[in-house]
Design a protein around this ligand. Structure first.
Ligand code: MRU
Length: 333
């Protein structure tokens, strides 16, 4: 099952708010429904958001024909999809790719959107193999890996980026175990990554985010591998909040900090991390418990959903076409 797909004029997604308790598919037939699903993280992860952006334009074309939207309305609806979440550049990238086909009509837009979906699996498998080559060469024998958030099949159309690297290493018999950060506040690590690793039969343990740096400092990890939401031209990397401390700990411990992401996550128009918009999410995600009853105690909270790891802490960025070494001064764009 693809995490996000297109069936009979609807966007079909695996509802990530329901996992791991239930594998539930949702059909989204309007731009409203898609924007709501993106904001609530029903569909999430940079590559999956790229697919959602492209499919959002296809949905807008259908709705425009059915409801007689004028051009201004169409543009406004597409702009809503593009702005549904600010940090992952893949969302805007997906929208822009599909929009570029608009002159060819709804059929052409749909074809481009479907191409975005089809390319995802192939790109992720290539990232996985290249990342596995890199890490296998850097270490003797099976690796103890550390990851943050979810950069698996659930964050993409299929296969995964950081977890794609883990999968390729596992296929070569080179994974000893994976440390999975819980990833507060929405628990993408303990709910989604741990679930994927369980399905794949890969040994793993969840740690609370606050334990991550000291787990690395204690020598319990050989390499960190994470995904990305936006990679600036200078190699600064935005990813789920809590990634930067991992990079600091990895640098201090002298182990590789590897970012696995498709080329569509590299943003040549963002010169450095300072220019990346960091999404701020509602306070109650921090003060409440996801899916649980409100605790009744709600202190003021600050909830930045992403952080920026400076290029000098990034050992390598692995994409489907290349390896870039920002810490050694190489620039992705
Ligand atoms: O808020 P999320 O769950 O969309 O954040 C996702 C991440 O930070 C992922 O690590 C990133 O998008 C890469 S997914 C292959």
């Amino acid at each position: 099952v693809r995490t996000i797909d297109w069936r009979d004029g609807a966007v079909v997604v695996v509802d990530q708010t329901a996992l791991p308790h239930a594998v539930r598919l949702l059909e989204l037939r309007t731009v409203d429904a898609l924007v709501d699903a993106i904001r609530r993280l029903v569909v999430r992860g940079a590559p999956a958001l790229g697919a959602a952006g492209a499919l959002g334009v296809a949905l807008a074309c259908t709705q425009a024909a059915e409801e007689g939207w004028d051009d201004a309305r169409f543009d406004a609806e597409v702009a809503r999809v593009r702005a549904a979440r600010p940090t992952a550049v893949n969302l805007a990238h997906g929208v822009d790719r599909a929009l570029a086909a608009q002159a060819g009509g709804a059929g052409a837009v749909e074809a481009v959107a479907l191409a975005v979906l089809d390319e995802d699996g192939a790109a992720n498998r290539a990232i996985g193999e290249r990342g596995a080559d890199l890490l296998a060469a850097a270490h003797d024998g099976p690796l103890r890996l550390h990851t943050h958030c979810n950069a698996g099949a659930l964050a993409c159309v299929e296969w995964g980026t950081a977890l794609g690297v883990v999968r390729s290493l596992h296929a070569r018999g080179l994974v000893r175990s994976v440390v999975v950060d819980e990833t507060r506040p929405l628990l993408q690590g303990s709910r989604l990554t741990a679930w994927e690793l369980d399905q794949l039969g890969i040994e793993h343990r969840v740690v609370v985010d606050g334990a991550a740096a000291s787990v690395i400092a204690r020598g319990l990890v050989d390499a960190v591998v994470v995904g990305a939401d936006r990679i600036a031209a200078n190699g600064d990397v935005a990813n789920k909040v809590g990634t930067y401390p991992l990079a600091l700990a990895a640098a201090r411990a002298g182990i590789p900090f590897v970012v696995a992401a498709p080329e569509s996550t590299v943003d040549p128009h963002t010169p450095s991390g300072d220019a990346i918009a960091i999404e701020e999410r509602p306070e109650d995600e921090v003060t409440g418990w996801p899916g649980g009853a409100p605790s009744g105690w709600a202190p003021p909270a600050f909830n930045p959903a992403f952080d920026v790891t400076p290029a000098d802490l990034v050992t390598a960025v692995v994409t489907e076409t290349r390896v870039i070494r920002p810490a050694a001064g190489e620039r992705p764009a």
